[in-house]
Design a protein around this ligand. Sequence first.
Ligand SMILES: Nc1ncnc2c1ncn2[C@@H]1O[C@H](COP(=O)(O)OP(=O)(O)OP(=O)(O)O)[C@@H](O)[C@H]1O
Length: 304
Amino acid sequence: MEHRCEIPLASLSGASKRYGGTLALEEVDLELRAGQVLALLGTNGAGKTTAVSLLLGLLEPDAGQARLCGRSPRDLAARQGVGVMLQSGALAPTLAVSEHLDLVRSYYPDPLHVSECVAIAGLDGLLARRYGTLSGGQQRRVQFALAICGRPRVLFLDEPTTGLDIEARQGLWRGLRALVAGGTSVLLTTHYLEEAEALADRVVVLAGGRVVAEGSLDAVRARVDQRRIRCVTALDAAEVARWPGVRAANRDGGRLEVVTGTAEDVVRRLLAADPALSSLDVSRAGLAEAFLEITRDAPMQEAA
Ligand SMILES: Nc1ncnc2c1ncn2[C@@H]1O[C@H](COP(=O)(O)OP(=O)(O)OP(=O)(O)O)[C@@H](O)[C@H]1O
C-alpha cells in the first residue's frame, strides 16, 4: 500500500466551533483509526456536519485542533487519499453521469474502473443520463460513486443515505462494506440509527455540540443497558409503568411492552402479578432507545 499515514487517520482534540451566538461544538475529541467505520450520531443541529467540516479543513476550529492523517486538514498531502460525500453535493446538471465520473476519476492516479463504480454505487442504467434529470436518490448514488472512485483510504460521508429508499440504502451499505473489506476507513454521520448498527464498529454520539457517548456499539448500549420485555397479559400498563426500574410500559393490543434497566426484577414481578402471563420475550433494546436516552438531557447550547 502506498504512503501509509500515521494513525489516527482523522482526529479532533478539544475542538470548539462557534457560529455567532451558537456554540456548535464544544471541546470535542474524536478519532478515526485505520480499518474502522466510525458513526457520528446526533439529532438535527447536534454538530455532526460542523465536526466533519473541521476534519476536512472546510472550517477552522476556534479552539483545539483538527488533524487529518497527522497533518493540518488544509495540507494538500493530508487530503490525498480522502473521499468525501457532503450533504450539499452541487454538481453540473447538464453533464452526464459518465462525464462526471470520468472527470473525477481523472484527478486520481489509480481510480476504480467505471464498471466498479457502477457496481458499488448501484448506477446501472444511469451512466448516459444527465445529472440534473436524476431523482434525488439517484443523485445521491452518483455523489457516492464520485466519493469512492479514487480508491480513498479514508471516506467521509455526511448523511449518505438521506433521501434513499430502503432498497437503495441497503445497496449503498453493501457497497460500503465492500470498500471497508478492501481497507477503506470510514467516518459517517447519520440520523439513521440502524445505519450505525449495520455498518459501524464505533460510535460517537453528539448532543448540543458535546460528545455524550463514545465507544463500541455494545459499549454505548451498555451505557444505558435497557431491555425490552414483551408479553401477553391483562396487567394495566399505567400501573406497571410506576414499578421501580420501569422506564416505560405501553400496551399494543393484548401485548404489554416494558422498557427497563432491571429486567430480571421486572420479569419476576410480572410473573408474580399475573400467573396467566404468556409469550414472554426479553430483548436488548436497540441503539435507537440508547441514543434517545443519552441525548434526552442534552439540549442545544445557545449563548446568552
Ligand atoms: N453557517 C452557520 N451559521 C450559523 N449557525 C450554523 C451554521 N452552520 C451550522 N450552524 C448551527 O450550528 C449547530 C450545529 O449544526 P450542524 O450542521 O453541525 O449540525 P448537524 O448535527 O450536522 O445537523 P443536521 O443533522 O441537521 O445536519 C446548529 O445549531 C446549526 O444551526
